[in-house]
Structures are given as structure tokens and as C-alpha cells.
Design a protein around this ligand. Structure first.
Ligand code: 13P
Length: 315
């Protein structure tokens, strides 16, 4: 797991990031799964929903987005006059890869009356085809806002979709996508760990498989994990999501013990895409204002419509 070892190099690079941030009038937005040393230089660290609001609200000239590609794309969609840079353009997402725009367009043509809800973990081209976007933090609210007579297709995460159906009672057609990191958590590995920590609560992300979600005390977005662990009286928590989450929990919820959720082969679980961003790459991105996110203007405008519908529902 990416535990933080602060070296002289880290301190120097973080200093350089702060210097460049001022020079370029940049804001640094980081997802909860980023490496600790990037989280610690960010102006805002949060979940996909919080980051979307921050990207829209900023008046900085440059957004350095420390997250994965679809997140930086979302920032560009909502704030097109800003220069949006991503430390590593190869920071992708298995969920976004599991639903291609061509396939979805074909499906839509065959089912023109179906209302399409897309999890924010998808490309701009997919966003441009759908009716509303949701994140794990507001998926229940978004689905509850859809008129009851509408048939719904939920893309691309079938696990989040199943969880939303269980919460809302709303049947939906589910696109067969999944997060390659979250599906690695198993009931067996977590059950064993719970036996060693009988007082620990299990907090899981809704992208996990049903057998894992079923054993959790709480299923929620990464931001809600923060408030849940703050407010729960439990002394220990098994955190069943990408291991980057533990940095903020340990920093902001002192005095409690956070244990990473295990897979069958590893005591913790990391998303290799999220870990592509590094401090060195962040420095280079700020120096060169590159790699930059650019979008076709027609796609951007169409992708903005379902995002704005989501943002209008509030935080
Ligand atoms: P959150 O919005 O809960 O942070 O989830 C983001 C994500 O991509 C999970 O894999």
C-alpha cells in the first residue's frame, strides 16, 4: 500500500508544486485514491461528486486534476475556459472502458424510450448520449428523481446499479460493466479479517460485489466514508475500497484504527490507474501545462447537459 514516506525529495517536490501553483494560478483537485504526497498538496481532496462541484466553482486559470481521465474530462466539460491538466494521460478507468460510446449509441437506437443514467465513471462521448449522470454519492437521489413511469438503463457499473435498485426499489436494466479493482474484494478474505478484529465495522464502496456489500455495516461513497467513520462509535474499521482512502481517514479521524480491505491474494487493494499520477508528474504537468485535456466542442456541450441535471439536484 502507498504509505507515506516523507523524504527530502518529497518535501522539495511538494514545495515546487506549491510554487508553480501560485505562478500559474492553478487549483489542485485530488481524488481520495491518490497517493498521499499528492493529496497533501491539493487544495481539495474528495469524491467524484465533490470534485465535480469544485471544478465548476473554481476561478483559477488552471485545474491540475489528480485523479483519473474521466474525472479530468468532467472538469473540462463543466469549466471549458480553464486549462485542465492531468499528471498522466494513461490514468484510465476499467469502468469507463467497459462501456464504449458506439455500443451505447446502438443500444439507444434500439430502445429510444429508455431513460439512461450513467455513473460518472464513463467517457465524455458516453456522457453525451445519456439523460443524467450520477456518482456513488448521489446515485440514490438521482434515480429517485426520475419519473416512475420511465424505464431506466444504468451504465456502466452493474454493482452500483444493483445496490441502487436495493435502496430505491427501482428495477433498472444494468449494463454489464464492473470496476476491476473493487471486484477483487472477497467475502472470504474480509470474513477472516473480521474474525481477527471483532470490534471492527466494515465500510464498503457500492462498486463491490453483492457478497461483500451484504456483509458491510455501511455501503457508501468515499466522501461518506469520512463522515461515517467520524460519527460511528466503533474503534476500528475495515475499509473496503481502494487503499488510497486510508490516508485521509488516518489524517482526519485520529484515534481510530483503519484496516485496508483484503483480497484473496493481498492484504490491500490498489487501482493501478489511480497510482499512475506522481508528484514528479504533477510538477512536470504544472511546468508545461501539459498533458492537457481537450474535447470536441459538440461532445462537450452534449455531455454537459446530463452533468448539469445532476448538479442541479445539489450536494
Ligand atoms: P467516489 O465518488 O465514491 O469517490 O468513487 C469514485 C470511484 O471511482 C470509485 O472507484
Amino acid at each position: 500500500m502507498a504509505t507515506m514516506i516523507t523524504t527530502a525529495d518529497t518535501v522539495e517536490l511538494q514545495g515546487r508544486v506549491r510554487e508553480l501553483k501560485k505562478l500559474k494560478n492553478a487549483v489542485i483537485l485530488a481524488h481520495n485514491y491518490q497517493v498521499p504526497e499528492l493529496q497533501d498538496v491539493a487544495d481539495f481532496v474528495g469524491d467524484s461528486l465533490g470534485l465535480s462541484f469544485k471544478a465548476k466553482e473554481t476561478d483559477a486559470d488552471v485545474i491540475l486534476f489528480c485523479g483519473v481521465h474521466f474525472m479530468a474530462e468532467t472538469a473540462k466539460i463543466v469549466n471549458p475556459s480553464k486549462t485542465v491538466i492531468l499528471p498522466d494521460l494513461d490514468a484510465g478507468c476499467s469502468l469507463a472502458d467497459s462501456c464504449d460510446a458506439k455500443g451505447l449509441a446502438k443500444w439507444k437506437e434500439a430502445h429510444p424510450d429508455v431513460y439512461i443514467v450513467a455513473y460518472i465513471n464513463c467517457t465524455a462521448a458516453v456522457k453525451a448520449l445519456v439523460d443524467i449522470i450520477c456518482t456513488s454519492g448521489n446515485a440514490v437521489k438521482v434515480v429517485n428523481s426520475i419519473p416512475p413511469d420511465k424505464k431506466i438503463l444504468f451504465v456502466p457499473d452493474q454493482n452500483l446499479g444493483q445496490w441502487v435498485t436495493a435502496q430505491t426499489g427501482r428495477q433498472m436494466i444494468l449494463w454489464p460493466g464492473a470496476c476491476s479493482t473493487h471486484v477483487l474484494f472477497t467475502h472470504k478474505a474480509i470474513f477472516r479479517l473480521r474474525q481477527e478484529h471483532p470490534d471492527a465495522e466494515i465500510v464498503a464502496h457500492p462498486e463491490c460485489l453483492p457478497a461483500v456489500r451484504m456483509m458491510a455495516d455501511e455501503v457508501c461513497s468515499t466522501e461518506k466514508m469520512m463522515s461515517y467513520c467520524q460519527n460511528s462509535p466503533a474503534p476500528e474499521f475495515i475499509i473496503v475500497t481502494e487503499a488510497g482512502m486510508l490516508h485521509r481517514l488516518r489524517k482526519e479521524v485520529p484515534g481510530k484504527v483503519f484496516i485496508p480491505g483484503p483480497t484473496d491474494s493481498c492484504h490491500c487493494n490498489e487501482c493501478s490507474f489511480m497510482k499512475k499520477n506522481t508528484l514528479e508528474k504533477a510538477v512536470a504537468a504544472l511546468e508545461n501545462l501539459s498533458p492537457e485535456i481537450t474535447l470536441d466542442e459538440d461532445v462537450r456541450k452534449r455531455a454537459l447537459v446530463p452533468i448539469e441535471r445532476m448538479l442541479a439536484l445539489g450536494r
